[in-house]
Design a protein around this ligand. Sequence first.
Ligand code: HEM
Length: 477
Amino acid sequence: MAGNISDYIYVLVRHDHKEMSRTATIHDRCLYLARTPILVTSDLDLLKEILVKRFADFPNRKKSPVKVKPLSDGLTSLEGDHWKHARNVLSPAFTGSKMRQMAGMLNKCADTMVTILEKAVEDGKDVEFKKYVFGLWWFSMDCIASAAFGLQVDSQNNPDDQFVKYAKSILNFNIYNPLLLIILVFPSTSKFLERVFGYQIISKETVAFFVDVIEKAMEFRHGDGEDQETKRVDFLQLMLNAHKDNDSEITDDEKLDENHDFDFYKEHGLSKDEILGHSFLFFLAGYDTVSSCLSFTSYLLATNVEVQDRLVDEINDTLQDCHQLSFEVISKMNYLDMVLCESLRLYPPAVVTDRRCCRDTEIGGVFLKKDMRIIVPIWVIHHDPELWPEPDRFLPERFTKEEKEKRHPLAWMPFGIGPRNCIGMRFALMEAKIALIKVLQKFRLEPCSKTEIPPKLKKGGLLDAQNGFWLRMTKRM
Ligand code: HEM
């Protein structure tokens, strides 16, 4: 096949790249995909170089074809020093000490969820978990609304709340909408489709609502509305601390100039657009991922009774002396951590991630060209029988300290790896643990006639079950 190296995808499997570097003639192994060169590899040593050791050569992800405000100002889309500055500003929101302070807020959300469940779920009733228990109306929305927008939403008791209405319209946006597909393939048509069909990926009304929410929160917190002592501990407050006055905001023209360095962004702080973009993104990134993780874990616990019983024993033993579900108490529950790790291995909500090469480079004999995309197949790595014997079995024992030490550090990566991994990992794990503890304290989870074993998975997007997660909940005595 004739052509430039950059016209091809390389598909590498584990242990394969050394052989490939010896054969050197790239054409032997290439596939063609439009004009973007793509490398798909599950070679963990090569990935370690790309994601961790040589991160400076692979700092960004695929360029998004659509620039949808405010999402285009969120962390996932930013590049180079602009991303580095934003990540530096946002990272302190996710440290252990911030998680300690946020545990109280998450506990409150979980208590409301359990109170509602106790009233709503008749004993022994079958329930769809993703939608009802951990979905829109119960838990994740309130947690992430509190953390990202600083709002006390209580969607659980007020399903007609304005925030819930607009949030639902974002979360329900249809990836298969033909107009959206046209924009994804031909980004330049977005203005035309907006003019002719009035189509926007996120409606103007929705964006205006959230802009208003952020502006009010900014006014309130910068003004006398809230004194220092009562300031909430959340992502919004951290971003507000890094916000500078409007006249120092980066203009759209400046944003297009890729030559700015880290100091330039530091001097400008975070703009209002960026604060809105990050809040939106936390909301989107943190909502479906956590409810998906919780739903798959509930399914696994319901269908593996001995694991559920052992977990409940651990919860009861740990909470015998301390009733406050603090960060420290949660951290003592090793088996809970093992159960979640194994659930995230079997069913990682994000099945792939990617990086883009920012200069021509070579790793261990493999030549990587500028702009080449590297796809990290998380699902494939998590189901590789060489790394995980009997990969389809749910075995939390794979995550004892000893077992973990035996494995390659990149064998488990539901949150990605390296400086650009998931910023919300600690928050997500704490949220999931609090939710599981509270539910398991009150209810026993069992399969019911509608439980699909194993669940049929949806195609495309975040990992989800095609027919939902039907389980039976029985009140514990
Ligand atoms: C179980 C829950 C979650 C899973 C499995 C998950 C997974 C991931 C993965 C795989 C990535 C890409 C990492 C990489 O490319 O190396 C990512 C990035 C990201 N996640 Fe999460 N995530 C979860 C929850 C959250 C939460 C709760 C938040 C926010 C509070 C969040 C915010 C983000 C952001 C902002 C990024 C982009 C980071 C950057 O580009 O610097 N995620 N996540």
